[in-house]
Design a protein around this ligand. Structure first.
Ligand SMILES: NC(=O)c1ccc[n+]([C@@H]2O[C@H](COP(=O)([O-])OP(=O)(O)OC[C@H]3O[C@@H](n4cnc5c(N)ncnc54)[C@H](O)[C@@H]3O)[C@@H](O)[C@H]2O)c1
Length: 278
């Protein structure tokens, strides 16, 4: 088998696909998803459009599953790119699953890919604007989220059930942790000559977001679109625009960063009409 540069993608969703289509041409794309039907569906669309995608069943919440995905990817060649778009939203899963997938799983993935990423390689993970809405954590809490060994992360005091109010709070903690892990892990990736960044999208129309629109916070979202400066939700292709900057040579000086792309909904939340009544 001739070797190719490899892109690992987790989460066969709309955001992952948009980024994979933008940056994955000419590469072997190994696409892992817990729901293999999702991975197969995206693989079919992309393979019919000239890409080379292999769908794999994997679960981001287990290190063993992450390691198998990496081992599979290495059969094809050097891992040059990582796109982590796997995740569950506050309306889709209970607190424990959100912390296990979005927080712990992402941390393990960044760590394990960081051990094998090729020189000149790069990765992006997808956090969320949601992480920006939570009040500041203390410097010690931020440092704990950034640097606690992955197997001890879920034992942190701030992540215990009595300290997590609801699924939204769990999701916000997970997404805040993603940002902090990217900062800490970018130092490790840098030792291998590779870069790692994070994109924090606002509402992007995907099946995950549609679940949110139809869930208990549906009215909240409609209000957000109406009152955010962009006046609409975003598209996965606009997230891919940011990923293209971060993953191409133009982003060579960008690593360890989180880029917010939310139509200014966060700004409006703090300083405009989306500010909650106090
Ligand atoms: N869509 C939005 O509005 C939005 C906004 C901010 C952040 N995000 C984040 O973007 C990422 C991608 O979201 P999307 O909107 O493309 O969602 P999506 O629902 O289109 O795709 C998510 C994919 O992740 C997979 N997945 C779930 N749990 C998994 C697990 N344990 N292991 C492997 N795969 C798993 C799902 O099966 C699904 O195919 C998520 O992390 C989400 O939190 C989305």
């Amino acid at each position: 088998m001739s070797k190719k540069d490899v892109m690992i993608v987790t989460g066969a969703g709309q955001i992952s696909m948009a980024i994979a289509r933008r940056m994955g041409y000419g590469k072997k794309i190994v696409m892992g998803d817990k729901n293999i039907a999702n991975a197969k569906a995206i693989a079919e669309i992309m393979n019919n459009a000239g890409f080379d995608v292999e769908p794999i069943e994997m679960d981001l919440s287990f290190r063993k599953s992450i390691l198998s995905l990496i081992a599979k990817a290495q059969e094809y060649g050097e891992i040059k790119m990582l796109v982590n778009g796997a995740g569950v939203s506050p309306s889709q899963a209970p607190i424990e699953a959100i912390l296990k997938v979005d927080l712990y799983g992402t941390a393990v993935l960044l760590e394990e890919v960081g051990r094998v990423i090729a020189e000149g390689g790069c990765g992006v993970t997808i956090s969320s604007q949601s992480g920006w809405r939570m009040p500041q954590l203390t410097a010690e809490e931020d440092a704990a989220l950034a640097t606690t060994p992955t197997e001890e992360l879920l034992s942190l005091e701030i992540l215990q059930p009595e300290n997590i109010k609801d699924t939204l709070h769990a999701y916000q903690m997970a997404k805040r942790c993603n940002e902090k892990r990217v900062m800490a892990q970018s130092v490790e990736w840098g030792k291998r000559g590779a870069r790692l960044n994070d994109i924090a999208p606002g509402i992007i129309v995907t099946p995950l977001a549609v679940d949110e629109f139809n869930g208990p916070r549906g009215d909240f979202y409609k209000n957000m679109f109406a009152k955010c400066p962009a006046g609409r939700p975003g598209t996965a292709d606009e997230v891919a625009n940011v990923a293209e900057l971060l993953m191409s040579d133009k982003g060579a000086f960008i690593t360890g960063s989180t880029f917010l792309i939310d139509g200014s909904a966060t700004s409006s939340y703090y300083y405009g009409p989306l500010k909650p009544e106090s």
